[in-house]
Design a protein around this ligand. Structure first.
Ligand code: 5BU
Length: 259
């Protein structure tokens, strides 16, 4: 097992400007918590960002869930992100050829590249998908995460597929920031690992989601960022729950990194 390195040190070990910013803001704010805001109205999503913003490093959206989307959504969310110093991650999971994803990323109704700092992609199409997104995102200083593993039961993203994602990422260190994965899968300290499927207790939902705890994914598996959705958004006290998750995720990080 290689040594576990602090976020601050890792900021100097990546050439990716947005990864540097994310590592530094995590250390500055002392949070490695990301919120998954799977809510269907703009007002509620923006309200969540405003309230939980001071406690997170990253706000994850599914913009196509919104029933009342207008272009103001991206503008308003950006303002809140700038005020509370967090990044915006649109969990779009692109999966097509390079030419098509470049259009999906920059155009359509959502114009994701106008407001999201980070997007993600499946590697099924091959590295052309990275080239297609990079054309749009790199000039804007944005970043990409590759889906190397998924939290859902029966996922086929494992073994040689996961290793392929690492191989692809290594070819694009100036654009790929890291991975969605259940554990640390690369020893390159510049890559960031983010893990969804997190709850206070292990378990599952009725549609294949599987949950692990913060201690499992950050403390034992050396992932970096815990992505939490319903266990915060659907709790009686989302702010209190976010504060609790923030403490747990940060403690799991500080007690498992050495230098
Ligand atoms: P939850 O409410 O904490 O279960 O939400 C998890 C979020 O993370 C949700 O937005 C999913 O789309 C997202 N997710 C996931 O759950 N598992 C994965 O492997 C990936 C994304 Br990739």
């Amino acid at each position: 097992m290689t040594e576990q390195i602090s976020f601050l040190k890792r900021a100097s070990l990546t050439r990716h400007p947005l990864s540097q910013r994310l590592f530094k803001l995590m250390e500055d704010k002392k949070t490695n918590l990301a919120l998954a805001a799977d809510i269907s109205t703009q007002r509620e999503v923006l309200q969540l960002a405003e309230v939980i913003g001071p406690h997170i490093c990253l706000f994850k959206t599914h913009v196509d869930i919104l029933s009342d989307f207008t272009p103001d959504f991206g503008i308003e969310l950006r303002k809140i992100a700038n005020r509370h110093n967090f990044l915006i991650f649109e969990d779009r999971k692109f999966a097509d050829i390079g030419q098509t994803v470049s259009l999906q990323y920059s155009g359509g109704i959502y114009r994701i590249s106008d407001w999201a700092d980070i997007v993600n992609a499946h590697i099924v199409p091959g590295p052309g998908i990275i080239d297609g997104l990079k054309v749009i995102g790199e000039p804007k200083g944005q970043g990409l995460l590759l889906l190397a593993e998924m939290s859902s039961a029966g996922t086929v993203a494992k073994g040689s597929y996961t290793r392929k994602a690492v191989e692809f990422a290594e070819q694009y260190p100036e654009y790929v920031m890291g991975f969605i994965s259940l554990k640390k899968i690369s020893d390159n300290p510049g890559f960031i690992h983010m893990t969804p499927g997190v709850k206070l207790r292990p378990g599952k939902d009725s549609l294949g989601q599987r949950y692990r705890t913060v201690d499992q994914i950050i403390g034992k598996n050396y992932s970096d960022i815990a992505i939490v959705g319903r266990d915060i958004t659907h709790s009686e006290n989302p702010l209190g729950q976010a504060v609790l998750y923030r403490e747990r995720a940060w403690n799991a990080y500080t007690s498992s990194r050495k230098i």
